[in-house]
Design a binder for this molecule. Structure first.
Ligand code: ADP
Ligand code: ZN
Length: 728
């Protein structure tokens, strides 16, 4: 509806600038409509915005400036606008910040829709120079591929004028081409794998949901290797057949390439991709095509939720329990929850898939808010791994050694049989602590309340909080003793040393996010392992996430007690999920798997639940405990983190906020704190946290707004509200 506002009439435009209000402008020549992406003048700048309303009024219309132009992209749909408003409201994020998430495509504002591209022409120049030959060689070596001027001149190492000269001679053709091309069609009618009875039943239900064209949420729970992906690809097929668009969210970029290959095998073409590893040009194309309908399926990271889909019919959140779905920077949101919200506005289906669902999703299914589909057995002959504890109190293990004799024997057995073993330790680096044996001093970060972790590979101590690094000092910074600093405790790098001593002949691969410069290098390493290029794999939680290692038959968890420490209420849930996920790596093909958990407390209820695999019993017990305490998912929490350079000022504000809590008390909510935040100092800023706890039905956001609005913190003091914090 381009003519909704005729030229010169008042329109309200929302921009991503931190003003948090709609600004009034005059409609440009040709008019505009609500949802149109526009460029508007703001002071001396030109900024991107979306036509949001008929304007606020109140300003003298004679003084308003005009919208510069309407951009040549599809307007933002009403469902998307409603979603942004609601998401901003829910997460207490300014609407402008939400819009920023939705307009993170490079070069959106600039550039015409058409551009010049260059191909090989029929003629050959009479006078062949070196530069000319290089241009033609580049073109010839790529068949009929078209290049932009920049790409062609760059690859050939020549100036633009060489290419232009060849155009004049007819050796190169110059053509107009749309800047952003639609993605190749995916064919939903192609046959998928023949499903098992369980799988087929789940697929039928999910297809019916998608075909209904209404909102609905489904928890798809299935053990690793049960075929969840095969099943939800059926839902995707249905969605594409309906002519609507689908979005698949993955928690980890490294998982994308395997998934793209599966999509190609299923639908005959690759889908659009959206994550930080995608080039700027591709991102722009993806953003545009999503709006125009030229992308049927997008596979992406959590930020793909904010793409302006023209007609979104289905969202899959794979590994829905994964904590990386929580955005912890800037706008704080959980992509899993936002996916449900987005789907509800788009009349779409949302499927949350996991082998170990979050307690939230489990409870929602219990309460009947989500449908629940279970896949209980692994596909084919593969059986679930047997899980056993190794009681470390009974093992004879020298100091600074972490592989018990029992585990060692099991690994030797697999290596001898030509199978793979995985040793899991959720600690990056060489050693978590570096301590002075003379005075006991532990080396900490200068800016954070965190210990520095030695990374021997990089020959540095690194703060995992802020990334600060320094060389390992020769003398103790505290007592100046020489040569007394020693690593304490294991990290994956140190474990690799022990493995090399125990199995000098074995091929060892270490999978830890910091050891890979690029997503590509990581992907290659994963493929090498899958193809059998390693005997022993050592990994951090990176390996827990859905990779397929067909030869892997043994998982050894070096420290199963690690996740049980700490006061975090979610520790049990998290540890349970992680251990089950890691164990699920074993025995995916025909060979049965075994998971061995090294623990000093085999009688701990969480360890016992992990070993027995009785998930319903575990969740029921967890749920009862949370309910008794009024904690999520049965009550609601908000974390309020105050941070600033002056500890006293931060605490003063925290105390004032805790005292003046009338708006919260009015809804029956309680304030706890202030207390030092879980990470009490980051990058030189002190952090203090308040927790607000309320009933499930209480209007928490409104109360928080009224409460926090009472305080006017100084400019160097930051107040950030985190609705539904992950750790509490
Ligand atoms: P999940 O997503 O639950 O871990 P996947 O969908 O990845 O499980 O399935 C595990 C493996 O089993 C994959 O290699 C998949 O191709 C295969 N598989 C699952 N179901 C079938 C089926 N019905 N026919 C053939 N192969 C299947
Ligand atoms: Zn630090």
């Amino acid at each position: 509806m381009r003519d909704e506002f005729t030229q010169g009439s008042r329109v309200g435009v929302l921009t991503a600038q931190p003003l948090d209000r709609v600004l009034d402008y005059l409609a440009p020549e040709g008019g505009c409509g609500v949802g149109d992406f526009v460029e508007v003048p703001l002071g001396p700048r030109k900024v991107l915005g979306v036509v949001w309303s008929a304007g606020e009024g109140g300003y003298d219309i004679a003084k308003l400036r005009s919208v510069n132009r309407v951009l040549d992209v599809a307007p933002m749909g009403a469902d998307m606008r409603d979603f942004l408003v609601r998401a901003a409201d829910y997460t207490l994020t300014p609407l402008s910040a939400m819009l920023r998430l939705a307009t993170r495509a490079p070069g959106l504002g600039g550039g015409p829709a058409m551009r010049k591209v260059y191909r090989r022409g029929p003629a050959t120049p009479d006078r062949m120079t070196d530069a000319r030959r290089r241009v033609l060689e580049v073109l010839d070596s790529y068949g009929d591929l078209a290049f932009t001027m920049g790409e062609l001149a760059g690859q050939a190492g020549v100036t633009n004028s060489v290419v232009k000269g060849l155009v004049k001679l007819g050796a190169v053709l110059e053509q107009d081409s749309p800047r952003d091309l639609p993605y190749p069609r995916l064919d939903p009618a192609r046959a998928g794998k023949v499903l098992t009875e369980d799988q087929a039943q789940a697929a039928v239900q999910m297809r019916a949901g998608v075909a209904s064209g209404t909102f609905g949420a489904t928890l798809l729970k299935g053990v690793t290797g049960s075929g969840k992906t095969e099943v939800y690809l059926e839902a995707v097929a249905e969605c594409l057949a309906q002519g609507r668009q689908a979005l698949v969210l993955l928690p980890e970029i490294a998982l994308t390439s395997e998934f793209l290959t599966r999509v190609e095998a299923r639908f005959g073409a690759r889908p659009a991709e959206w994550h930080s590893g995608v080039t700027m040009t591709e991102r722009r194309r993806c953003w545009k095509m999503v709006g125009e309908g030229g992308a049927q399926l997008v596979v992406g990271a959590r930020s793909a939720l904010y793409l302006p889909f023209r007609d979104l019919g289905l969202i899959i959140v794979d590994e829905e329990h994964d904590s990386s779905y929580k955005q912890e920077d800037g706008a704080l949101y959980n992509a899993r929850d936002m996916a449900v919200l987005r789907a509800s506005f788009a009349s779409a289906q949302v499927v949350l898939a996991s082998a170990t669902p979050s307690l939230e999703s489990w409870a929602n299914a219990r309460a009947g808010k989500y449908a629940r589909l279970d896949l209980t057995s692994r596909f084919g002959d593969a059986v679930l791994p047997e899980m056993r504890a190794i009681d470390m109190r009974a093992e004879d293990l020298p100091a600074s050694r972490w592989i018990s004799p029992s585990l060692q024997a099991a690994v030797s057995d697999r290596v001898a049989k030509g199978e793979q073993a995985l040793l899991f330790l959720n600690r990056r680096g060489y050693a978590p602590v570096t301590i002075c044996r003379a005075c006991g001093h532990q080396i900490g970060c200068d800016h954070c309340d965190a210990r520095m972790v030695e990374h021997r590979f990089q020959k540095r101590l690194i703060c995992h909080q802020c990334g600060e690094s320094k060389p390992v000092p020769e003398v103790c910074p505290s007592c100046e003793a020489e040569g007394k600093l020693a690593p304490v405790g294991p990290g994956v790098e140190r474990l690799a040393e022990e493995v090399a001593e125990l199995w000098p002949e074995a091929r060892v691969a270490v999978l830890s996010s910091d050891l890979f410069g690029s997503a590509r290098a990581l992907k290659e390493q994963i493929e090498t392992i899958a193809a059998g290029g390693a005997d022993i794999v050592i990994g951090t939680q990176l390996v827990a996430k859905g990779h397929n290692f067909p030869l892997l038959t043994l998982v050894g968890v070096i420290d199963a007690d690690l996740g049980l420490q700490g006061s975090d209420l979610r520790a049990a849930e998290r540890s349970f999920a992680l251990m089950r996920q890691v164990a699920g790596r074993a025995g995916r093909a025909q060979k049965p798997g075994l998971a061995l958990l090294q623990t000093f407390q085999p009688e701990h209820p969480v360890i016992r639940a992990i070993l027995s695999g009785d998930e319903e019993a575990f969740w029921t017990a967890e749920a009862a405990e949370r309910k008794a305490m009024g904690m999520p998912p049965y009550g609601r929490l908000a974390g309020v983190v105050l941070s600033g350079p002056d500890l006293q000022a931060v605490f003063d504000l925290g105390n004032a906020m805790a005292r003046e809590d009338a708006p919260l008390r009015r809804i029956g909510a309680q304030v706890y704190g202030p207390a030092p935040a879980p990470i009490a100092r980051v990058r030189g800023n002190h952090r203090v946290r308040l927790l607000v706890k309320a009933d499930k039905a209480a209007p928490l956001q409104a109360a928080l707004r009224a409460w926090s609005g009472q305080f006017k913190p100084p400019a160097n003091l930051r107040v950030q509200i985190d609705i539904d914090p992950l750790s509490f």
